[in-house]
Design a protein around this ligand. Sequence first.
Ligand SMILES: *Cc1c(COP(=O)(O)O)cnc(C)c1O
Length: 379
Amino acid sequence: MANFHGFSAPWAGFYDSVFVNSGTAALSLAVQLSIISRRTPQTPEVILPAYGCPDLVAAVVAQGARPVLVDLAQGRPWMDLEAVENAVNDNTVGIIAVGFLGIPERLFALRQIADKNDLALIEDSAQVFPPFSCGNGLADYLILSFGRGKPINLMGGGALLIRKDHSEQLARNSVNVLGALAETRVSAGLVWRLRRWLFNLLLTRPLYGIMEHMPFLGIGQTLFHPLSSIARQAPVEGLLEAGIEDFNSRKGNGAAWSEALLGLTGKGWSRLAPECFDEAGGEGPVVSSPALLRYPLLAPSRQIRDKALLELNRAGIGASVFYGQALPAINGVRELVAVSATAFPCACDFAERLITLPAHEDVRTADINSVAGILLAQH
Ligand SMILES: *Cc1c(COP(=O)(O)O)cnc(C)c1O
């Protein structure tokens, strides 16, 4: 399918790739393929976390499927596994496992639930690179986004990675969903040259730092946009390879943040990244220095979180609450999921206590220490 020029993608062992116009479009296609392979007589249902990107809901409803929200595990960016099992019924076709800021979902446990109930497992790895399933083929479908603020920023586009056994089966059954897609070309003309110039500019250090401080350019958007188009769109030759190479050469500062903020743990704060990676240690390959998109923390309470946010932003640190709300509390989503946010206490608690710090490599040790000072003074 994909034709790279002497470049082997990290997913090439288990997955075939289809490049499309956005991560949301890729996710929606994965939902469509899950529906086709299950053929439920009723409205198909797809399970996803009650805290997350509104695009998840857009991708599911674009296929005429019903998004079924599941609460998070207490204090974790992961779905409650028991709640996932309880949400499964005869109409369920798939589970979306969403990685969070560089922390993957619990793919091994979700794979077991999917196998037991004959469901598709979709790993939404828009925020995690490389995806957890790359080296083990756990997910049936994998989603990448190349949008702004994502690990590999190509200023738009996405990929649907289909596990090879499924793409063979699609070919055998002459399922032509992918072949029937319209194709948009990213032209190498003036517009493209301008975009590439901008892209290169954004990769230069000082500007990239400024970008990250502009919330409207980053991830964590809390506006619901219906999915308007799904089309094939191949990245301009060489750009994906360059993006992956750039990503691999970046030095994250997750470990520096974790060390500087160690003192918070005795004061009711939780450092999500090291805690999640420790907890998932028995689950599979332990990632010693995960590449975090932002450094996430849970404050002891909403009041302390809000006060810390104010003081950090006053000090010029681009801290953010990220999505800020559970999915049903977001305008436009509420009508589509037909449940109130109060049904998901852990997702609400997570949204109220989360604070995220910039994790790009321009954040200096002095910034990290000054943040640690501000947060340690909160009570
Ligand atoms: C950004 C994002 C998407 C959507 O990707 P786009 O390329 O912006 O359409 C989907 N899921 C998650 C978790 C994301 O962060």
